[in-house]
Design a protein around this ligand. Structure first.
Ligand code: PMV
Length: 316
């Protein structure tokens, strides 16, 4: 039987990270040219239910039964079996390959979950809708940090720009023109759980101040949705700059990220900010055809270990 394959994109958060955990709106977009791919091949000679997973990027080569119950894959397959109301999956060999860098705020873990859910659905010749994919991936996100907002699993499952408020139905945002971003990878791996815990502690100490930052960030996301729909690049860039300053005041930026953001702006980006949990990970800069190369160069000179240039395509 030929291998079945499925995939899921990376993502960047354009506006509203952290505040989104506290029910303020945020906006995220998929990064289509970074993909996680899974390949599934039936293994009729193996005992039924045996799921063998080979993920060289994370050094994993094991059967599901060999993994501890707390492993994200153990939970993921349990939820998949529950969703499709089956007790076991026919024996299968799964290979996972990803070009999304790990722990860089680009949704690598979530993309693996989403690609696997879709791949297993195909393998079982079953249908699954985007929201169900997203709901399963969300449960797995909780292993990584206890209180995820749900924005990562939503944007990666829908594969479209989303305006997201925790607990509400996501709104898909139609962007009227191509937008280009430079994504600078800081090389500092950051744990989302650590940044989220730091913000939680800050809020416990200074509730009024932190809530006012969340309000301001929420306002920016609210305005940005309209600006995105209108396609005004100048305004979008200036909202990104304002969002970055607020994230800095929230304590999730650092010298490395600020240096990258400043370098992007000084070399012609229309705006730049950290994206994702912060304390490391990545920065994003809004660029044009003519500023993409100089901004990419400036980010590299300022210490980025890698810079991706990516396009957000216009809605048809
Ligand atoms: O590090 P990332 O890209 O997974 O970003 C997390 C975004 C936060 O708002 C910090 C957390 C969340 O659950 O939304």
């Amino acid at each position: 039987m030929p291998a079945i394959s499925s995939s899921a994109p990376g993502k960047i958060i354009l506006f509203g990270e952290h505040a989104v955990v506290y029910h303020r709106p945020a906006i995220a977009v998929p990064v289509h040219h970074l993909q996680t791919k899974v390949y599934l091949t039936a293994n009729p000679t193996a005992p039924s239910g045996q799921v063998k997973i080979h993920a060289p990027d994370i050094g994993l080569n094991a059967t599901l039964a060999e993994l501890p119950d707390q492993h994200p894959f153990s939970l993921l397959f349990k939820l998949i079996r529950q969703h499709f109301r089956i007790t076991r999956i026919p024996a299968v060999h799964i290979k996972i390959k990803s070009d999304i860098p790990i722990a860089s705020g680009l949704g690598s873990g979530t993309a693996v979950s989403v690609a696997l859910i879709r791949g297993i659905a195909q393998f079982l010749a079953a249908e699954i809708n985007d929201q169900d994919v997203s709901d399963i991936a969300y449960e797995v996100e909780k292993i990584y940090h206890g209180t995820p907002s749900g924005i990562d699993n939503t944007v990666i499952s829908y594969e479209q720009p989303v305006y997201y408020v925790k607990g509400e139905k996501p709104v898909l945002v139609a962007v009227p023109r191509v937008m280009q971003f430079a994504i600078g990878i800081s090389g500092v791996r950051s744990k989302t759980s650590k940044a989220v815990a730091q913000v939680r502690d800050f809020r416990e100490r200074e509730e009024e101040f932190v809530e006012s930052l969340f309000d301001e960030i929420g306002e920016i996301s609210f305005k940005a949705r309209k600006v995105l729909e209108e396609g005004s690049l100048q305004e979008l860039g200036s909202l990104m700059n304002s969002n970055h300053l607020l994230l800095e005041r929230l304590g999730v930026s650092n010298k490395v990220l600020n240096t990258l953001v400043n370098a992007a702006c000084a070399s012609g980006a229309l705006g730049a900010k950290l994206s994702g949990a912060g304390l490391g990970g990545n920065v994003i800069a809004l660029v044009t055809q003519s500023t993409a190369a100089p901004v990419q160069q400036a980010l590299l000179e300022a210490g980025a270990v890698f810079v991706y240039l990516t396009k957000l395509h216009a809605a048809c």
